[in-house]
Design a protein around this ligand. Structure first.
Ligand code: DP6
Length: 370
């Protein structure tokens, strides 16, 4: 029944609070995602100021394994250690600690175990791709597997929904990394079943032109610090254009319904590029202000628009809170766009680096070959 229902926080509090005492390891792989309609601005408890929509990626992923061992006695604080690429990283602990304290109500066993968490990304740290979405989605999925071990009748639907709910409490955009291929997060008046609490697979018709849609990430400025999300979202508090921005995001998400069902690439390009530029406009007009595009970001944008006009190929760009450019295009144009990238765009990428990715299907349990 709950499949049709809007779920509330209380639906995620387990009824059976009996602790279990097993030892084991769970491992999940979760992808990053790229927002088409951006989440930028939030309220308390990770509630987004507007609804957003993203493409789930395929090869930019985080793999996380959590080894758990019961503690002799329940502790006052969480007991865990973190390793990134095999190196112990105590500097990453505060973010995980905050995450654990936000989700403890929904996973009461967290203080009963010592956790050893190993995590690694397929994309280099220096690529500027935020690992928080894929990282929190992978960690939330691991913890859900632990919960499922206690509640074997839990179905896949509830598993994914709660994983998304938990991931959101780690990093908002992470709730869009549990499933594929298009995920919507945030209550929207025209999207049935949409919620501020978790992401849902986009529930309306999507034209086959969007199948296997490609995302080539052009690394304009590797390693450059993006605006941290907390600073970024805070910027929208008292921002002079905040209300208009939240309204236009809601409208853009509404427009995508027709665009997706009709396969209207022209409309898609308009909405996606406007969203990217508005995100940066918000940063440029906030207090403090941030200019995150670099000269090469603008050169690449201008090349993309020129190529589109010359050839009629419906490539478009989107941006994160940084200088890198995501080039989006249909799979059918892969060959010619590949040439365009090599001939015109690689020269603007730092050390010629770029990452070819495409739409993917979401988090999955890792298969461990012994
Ligand atoms: C520009 O999800 O990183 O990528 O909830 O504070 O962790 P927190 O923010 P985060 O913000 C993502 C911002 C964005 C747009 C988007 O992904 O929608």
């Amino acid at each position: 029944m709950y499949k049709l229902m809007f779920m509330t926080e209380n639906d995620f509090i387990p009824l059976n609070k009996e602790g279990y005492r097993d030892t084991g390891t769970v491992t999940w792989v979760a992808p990053s995602n790229i927002a088409l309609v951006k989440y930028w601005g939030k309220r308390a408890h990770q509630i987004p100021a507007n609804a957003s929509l993203s493409f789930t990626l395929d090869s930019c992923v985080t793999t996380t394994s959590v080894a758990y061992e019961p503690l002799r006695a329940r502790k006052d604080d969480f007991s865990f250690e973190l390793h990134l690429d095999g190196m112990r990283r105590d500097d990453f602990k505060p973010k995980t600690h905050t995450f654990f304290s936000r989700i403890e109500r929904y996973l009461p066993f967290l203080r009963d175990f010592h956790f050893t968490i190993h995590t690694s990304n397929t994309f280099p740290h220096s690529s500027g791709i935020a690992s928080s979405a894929s990282g929190m989605a992978a960690l939330a999925s691991c913890l859900m597997e632990m919960e499922q071990n206690q509640a074997p009748d839990m179905d896949a639907f509830f598993f994914r929904r709660k994983a998304s709910f938990l991931a959101r409490l780690g990093s908002g955009s992470a709730c869009r990394s549990i499933q594929g291929e298009l995920v919507e997060w945030g209550a929207h008046p025209d999207i049935e079943g949409s919620s501020d609490l978790y992401g849902i697979p986009y529930p309306y018709e999507v034209h086959p032109i969007f199948k296997n849609y490609q995302d080539t990430i052009l690394l304009i400025d590797e390693g450059q610090k993006q605006v941290s999300s907390s600073v970024g979202h805070d910027l929208m508090q008292n921002h002079p254009f905040a209300r208009q921005r939240f309204r236009s995001a809601t409208e853009n998400l509404g427009k995508l319904r027709q665009i997706f069902s009709k396969g209207d690439l022209q409309g898609f390009v308009e909405v996606v590029e406007q969203e990217a530029l508005t995100l940066h406009a918000m940063m440029m007009t906030g207090k403090p202000d941030f200019i995150l595009m670099k000269p090469n970001t603008l050169r690449v944008i201008s090349e993309i628009r020129g190529y589109r006009e010359r050839t009629g190929t419906m490539v478009c760009f989107t941006l994160d809170a940084g200088a890198n450019v995501h080039l989006l295009f249909p799979e059918q144009d892969k060959e010619k766009v590949g040439l365009f990238i090599l001939e015109k765009l690689v020269a603007f990428c730092e050390k010629g680096h770029y990452i070819c990715d495409r739409l993917g299907s979401g988090a999955r349990k890792a298969v461990i070959i012994a």
